[in-house]
Design a protein. Structure first.
Lengths: 121, 121
């Protein structure tokens, strides 16, 4: 059993929109992602997804309501089936909580799609 | 769908060792707890438990290995069945991730046992 230091974990990789699993529990994973720019519109049919901002600002665009803007220390749960698009005007570090097998682009096959499960070293 | 600001959520209650549910997803809950002092030794037979420190320092005492000391921005997953005792020498704010129905003292019935599921207002 070892602890994870979020700052060290975020410093251990540099790829954007390429989540790394930092911990697993109860079939769910804590994933860390560096993000900058616009992601793709997508949804996850069978997984709710938590976004928690560690640094920077993440905007979650939604079809049915106003954008949700998350600053450091703020989180939101996007329920399964809800189409959303994460956007970071400047580089941000975010923590995701969702099933380990959830693919980042959900129902969409896009340039940013990552199917491999990568772990923090 | 509404965001949660961790600082505002922690400021909304004052009871120690009395977790509040701040979000739910995939059968799991994000719980916020204020802690100070020694908790009871306990384990959870059927739930892994994540501890993430938001402010202060949390020490997780374990029977089988050295204590794990978590400062701000550090987390650990205590696997199901592993006996542990959280201790905070000074007041700390922590985020827990575990099934919503997990009781704080697990297999132990103690003074601090909270069976009611309380939510952030």
């Amino acid at each position: 059993m070892e602890k994870v230091n979020l700052d060290e974990a975020f410093a251990s990789f540099s790829e954007q929109w390429d989540p790394r699993i930092a911990g697993e529990l109860n079939g769910q994973a804590v994933k860390l992602a560096k993000v900058e720019g616009e992601f793709v519109w997508h949804s996850h049919d069978d997984a709710d997804e938590l976004f928690l901002v560690r640094s920077g600002t993440l905007r979650i665009e939604l079809r049915e309501q106003s954008d949700i803007v998350l600053d450091e220390g703020e989180f939101v749960v996007v329920p399964r089936g809800v189409e959303h698009r994460p956007v970071a005007d400047q580089q941000a570090d975010i923590l995701l909580f969702e099933p380990a097998e959830t693919t980042n682009t959900g129902d969409v096959d896009a340039e940013q799609t990552q199917t491999e499960q990568k772990y923090i070293d």
